[in-house]
Ligand binder design. Structure first.
Ligand SMILES: [Zn+2]
Length: 379
């Protein structure tokens, strides 16, 4: 791969409740609300994911020393500045600092599990689906807040009543079911399944509700637990230290997008784009076992990131890459509409470069295909 950057979306399932506090968790806090996005729906901030990923990538063998693991100097040593950990996540030494090649986004809730009379279902909303660039006809734009769009499977179960309930909330079933499935393609022609999210049983139990109703359902169905603070010195419960906390419940499906920049474009020779991607993805493998967010010692935060077994699937990677290039060309075309004339030549040049990359890749793959074809014909 020799593009400028790769953008890749990941899906994950909360295997445990996930708690990411607003102010960082401290023992003995009475109230621990969860961090929320601008739409009022909880999220895991990119900075939490990044910090956790850095540590786990180190556990997986990336990095030369403890300082590389932290990205800043320790008592004994400085970050090396050229291992895959320093390059992917960035670092600071006494005299200089560099930003990482891997850019992390917030992990947002895509599908939220909730109980109904027909058993557990997963809810989502038009805006959530739009954020993921699901083709618009599938997202239920303009859905009224009294109504819900069901899967064909759920619709058959609720044929007689015509309503679906979430706790006390009763919504009218829309006459047309949605067509979301594991095979549904996101923009760029990549399906959920190809990104490792292949649980068709979840899509069979998927309900689209309006954005306002999703907000309501999520916020009234978060895990809220009461716990007792333990005094770290005595090991005993602290008097009066009962506290409550919120968490994203088990079974929630989240997604986040990574942007991987190509070190070559930053004159870095020690690590290439593939190495950046594999360093970060190796860390995601441990999210399922070691968790993300606060209160890991209470068994919180385990997130199973899916699709990591498909990381070397060349067809999916080609689709991702081709789609990224198309997006970049679209962005340039947009800029060309408003950019001052003096910048046009430069933008046109950038665009020509991208078109050239697409052409070169196509030619390369045609050649590879020719080689296999000629072999198979010879038998
Ligand atoms: Zn290093």
């Amino acid at each position: 791969m020799n593009g400028i950057f790769e953008r890749k979306t990941y899906f994950g399932m909360a295997v445990d409740p996930i708690h990411v506090g607003t102010g960082g968790y401290t023992l003995g806090r009475v109230d621990n609300p969860i961090l929320r996005d601008f739409d009022g729906i909880p999220k895991i901030p990119g900075t939490s994911i990044e910090g956790t990923a850095r540590t786990y990538a180190y556990f997986q063998g990336a990095g030369k020393n403890q300082a590389c693991a932290k990205g800043k100097k320790t008592k004994e040593t400085q970050p090396c500045g050229n291992c895959s950990l320093c390059i992917s996540f960035g670092y600071a030494t006494d005299d200089h600092s560099k930003q990482g090649m891997a850019i992390f986004s917030d992990a947002k809730i895509l599908l939220f599990p909730v109980a109904s009379l027909v058993g557990p279902v997963w809810v989502t909303s038009p805006n959530k689906l739009k954020e993921l660039n699901i083709p618009q006809e599938a997202t239920g734009q303009n859905l009224e807040s009294e109504k819900a769009i069901l899967s064909t499977h759920l619709k058959q179960k609720l044929e007689k009543t015509g309503y679906i309930n979430f706790g006390w909330l009763l919504l009218q079933v829309e006459s047309t079911p949605h067509n979301l499935s594991a095979d549904k393609t996101l923009e760029g022609g990549i399906s959920f399944k190809q990104r490792g999210f292949d649980k068709q049983e979840i899509f069979d139990r998927l309900v689209i509700v309006s954005d306002a109703v999703l907000h309501q359902i999520v916020n009234s169905n978060l895990e809220v637990r009461t716990s007792v603070s333990i005094n770290p010195e005595t090991g005993a419960a602290e008097e009066g230290a009962l506290f409550t906390y919120e968490a994203i419940p088990r079974g929630t499906i989240l997604y986040f997008t990574m942007t991987y920049q190509n070190p070559k474009c930053f004159d870095i020779e020690s690590t290439d784009l593939n190495k950046v991607i594999s360093t970060v993805e190796s860390s995601f493998e441990l999210f399922e076992f070691l968790g993300v967010g606060g209160m890991g010692t209470r068994g919180f935060g385990k997130l199973k990131v899916v699709g990591l077994d498909k990381k070397y699937d060349p067809i999916t990677m080609a689709q991702i890459r081709a789609n990224n290039l198309r997006e970049q060309i679209k962005e340039i075309d947009e800029k060309l509409k408003t950019a001052p004339l003096v910048e046009h030549a430069k933008l046109q040049q950038e665009k020509a470069k991208k078109l050239q990359l697409i052409k070169e890749s196509a030619e390369e793959h045609a050649k590879i295909s020719e080689i296999y074809k000629s072999i198979s014909e010879k038998k």
